[in-house]
Ligand binder design. Structure first.
Ligand code: NOJ
Ligand code: CA
Length: 670
């Protein structure tokens, strides 16, 4: 049967998500409905090129094929162990009806929790290398009630507070575009999030209001204005739309991972999640400096002390920043000065790594590039090979520098142009680093990264990243992060993947160092963040000397970072969220619940626990009088017996939270 006027259709395995591709006078459009309601109205598809005519009209459907895929795969580490990848696929081959008769395929994969679609430009006679000046993909939204967005093209990259607004705000108030994942709620109470999966050799997609309720794909350009340079055969990243009836269901959707290629690394036994401490927060609050001098943080002695602390409390790793020469002066502007092989004189790298090995602690290396990509790429092999030789299997990288601050140079060292952190040039750089690190058996924690689009499925050594406004902003930014921030992150940035937020600050006011700054949470909320925010590397971020004597520290010691299962018990974007996760290596469950500036009582039915078993709930709750502003340290720590019929009452203080460990009751405890 031919496609006819109505176009070609495909629906999700459960039939609720329906997608149609149709041609209107030869121009391709797609539309999406959920349970009979239109979520995406007819929306344009196509490309514009620099030296060729647009590929967005005069098309006909040459062929279309449908298929089904259903497979369950195991994550080497993650928020759940097993993920089902179940979709119906529709491939639509389009051909221009007039010369040059170019061909393009649009592929849809439709899941119960949303869809992805991408373009393929097959090998063909009339299309050789190309320069894309615009990807015309549109998202014509219907009935959007509110949107949570951060601006794209800003100097702070992805490190912004989210704005909740009507969709029209994006049209009227945003000067340029917003980042993805872009999460929104419809008037009917559905939740949608637009993002992309498998961002490889392409520019990242931002979204721009194009009129009415339409958003258009706005690719981050090269310095010469071209968006993407390539040649067939070529495929774009997947454009994804998650659809959920409850906000929490966005969190437990693994659509982006399913749309990435399976693990390419044969042996992954060297990839290990873990918690870490470090010589880090001290620099952010001004106790130490990265650069040399009397307050230099990365000294041999300080590193050994920190290693002792990690060993004593069973924390897997120690991060040392400021160990290498290049930090003196304004390091964020002098990235070319960084050496990735030369330690400062007061830091004996060989000795510190020997000491760490002897204590069974993983040293976490650090490569801050200051965005000087040429300098970094020249030293990449040497830097990783040095770490590999010393048994250092995790490296935190950093790319501090303004949004378009990446200098691209030619082979003779001449400046060619200033590139964005998120254009095709840098997408390829980040990917190159992941592949190089994998060769050296090194895990990566990337700060100022490219956004997560699920590459960790293919390269599980890409273990965590920043790419949002983390804890560090509480140390030095005006006002820090308001209590609401961490109730928005799980539904926006966190949908994309792990986030090295660095929770666990206990000295919330740090008046000895920066009296005008503070962390805007209660102590219990710092603990809850270990569960609410997913990261296979989680930091105990405070100065090690701030933990001893605090019974609350036991939760950080106990909480795992690798999970068998994850469930969201409740949540409203920007208000509160409660997440439970089951440890991969035991029968323990952990709960984290956080609220915004409002105190609230929530109910947590413990139906996830095994039936007919008794558990001890080790509760870390806000004290009766706790309040993030007035009384942040008040915490109640107690144990109660529970089972899967118990409904736990969570009492969260304003700006507060609660953390609970559930362990099987031992004999005598029942
Ligand atoms: C920014 C990173 O987010 C932070 O964690 C790091 O300490 C500094 N850059 C220095 O590399
Ligand atoms: Ca940062």
């Amino acid at each position: 049967m031919g496609p006819g006027q109505e176009g070609v259709h495909v629906s999700s395995p459960d039939g609720r998500v329906q997608v149609t591709l149709k041609l209107e006078e030869g121009a391709p459009y797609y539309q999406v409905s959920y349970s009979g309601k239109q979520v995406i109205e007819p929306s344009k598809l196509g490309f514009r090129f620099k030296e060729a005519g647009p590929l967005d009209a005069n098309l006909s459907i040459a062929a279309h094929t449908e298929s089904t895929f259903d497979e369950t795969w195991v994550q080497p580490w993650g928020e759940v162990k097993e993920i089902r990848n179940h979709y119906n696929e529709l491939r639509v081959d389009l051909t221009e009806t007039a010369e040059p008769a170019r061909e393009m395929t649009v592929v849809f994969r439709v899941y119960d929790d949303g869809l992805g679609f991408r373009y393929e430009l097959p090998q063909q006679e009339n299309l050789s290398s190309f320069q894309i000046t615009d990807e015309e993909t549109e998202f014509a939204l219907a009935n959007i009630h509110r949107v949570w967005s951060i601006p794209a093209y800003g100097d702070e990259r992805y490190e912004y507070l989210y704005t909740e607004s009507p969709l029209s705000f994006l049209r009227v108030r945003m000067s340029r575009a917003v980042h993805t994942p872009l999460t929104m709620e419809t008037v009917d109470g559905l939740f949608l999030s637009i993002h992309e999966a498998a961002l490889i050799d392409y520019a990242s997609m931002t979204l721009k209001a194009t009129g009415g309720d339409k958003l258009g794909c706005d690719l981050v350009p090269w310095s010469d204005g071209i968006k993407v340079k390539g040649s067939p055969p070529f495929q774009t990243p997947w454009r994804t739309i998650q659809i959920a009836e409850k906000a929490g269901d966005l969190i437990t959707s693994y659509l982006f991972l399913n749309l990435n290629e399976p693990n390419k690394l044969e042996d992954v036994s060297w990839i290990k999640p873990g918690k870490y401490v470090g010589i880090w927060w001290g620099m952010h609050i001004g106790k130490y400096t990265w650069g040399s001098g009397i307050r230099h943080g990365a000294t041999t002695e300080n590193a050994k002390r920190t290693i002792d602390f990690a060993a004593q409390h069973n924390l897997a790793g120690v991060l040392v920043e400021g160990w290498n020469v290049g930090w003196d002066g304004d390091w964020s502007k002098n990235g070319d000065d960084f050496s990735f092989v030369t330690p400062y004189d007061d830091f004996d790298l060989e000795e510190v790594s020997r000491y760490a090995r002897a204590k069974g602690v993983r040293l976490i290396g650090h490569h801050e590039t200051g965005g000087a990509i040429g300098n970094y790429e020249r030293q990449l092999e040497d830097g990783f090979s040095l770490y590999h030789r010393l048994g250092i299997d995790t490296v935190k990288t950093g790319y501090v520098g303004w949004g378009q601050g990446i200098e691209r140079r030619d082979e003779a060292g001449r400046l060619v142009g200033m590139e964005w952190h998120h254009g095709q040039y840098m997408v390829n750089h980040y990917r190159h680093v992941v592949e190089t690190a994998a060769r050296f058996h090194i895990m990566l924690d990337v700060h100022e990264p490219i956004k997560d689009t699920g590459i960790r499925r293919t390269y599980p050594n890409m273990i965590t990243r920043e790419g949002a406004r983390g804890q560090e902003y509480n140390a030095w930014s005006e006002g820090g992060n308001p209590p609401e921030h961490t109730t928005i992150l799980p539904f926006t940035r966190m949908l994309a993947g792990p986030f090295d937020f660095t929770p666990g600050i206990f000295d919330l006011l740090f008046d000895d160092y920066r009296p005008n700054h503070r962390v805007n949470t209660t102590l219990a909320k710092q603990l809850a963040l270990y569960v609410v925010i997913y990261s296979p590397l989680h930091m105990a971020a405070d100065l090690p000397e701030n933990y001893p004597g605090h019974p609350a520290f036991q939760f950080i010691v106990d909480v795992p970072v690798d999970w068998e299962d994850t469930q969201v018990l409740n949540g409203e974007i920007g208000d509160y969220v409660t997440i439970v996760r089951r440890d991969r290596d035991s029968e323990d469950w952990y709960l984290g619940s956080v609220t915004d500036e409002e105190g609230r009582d929530l109910e947590a039915p413990l139906t996830f626990l095994e039936t007919d078993r008794q558990y001890v709930a080790e509760v870390y709750a806000d004290g009766a009088d706790a309040d993030w502003e007035r009384n942040p340290l008040a915490i109640d720590i107690y144990e109660i017996l529970v089972d899967n019929k118990t409904v736990l009452e969570l009492r969260l203080a304003p700006g507060g939270g609660q953390a609970v460990r559930f362990r099987l009751a031992a004999e005598g405890e029942e």
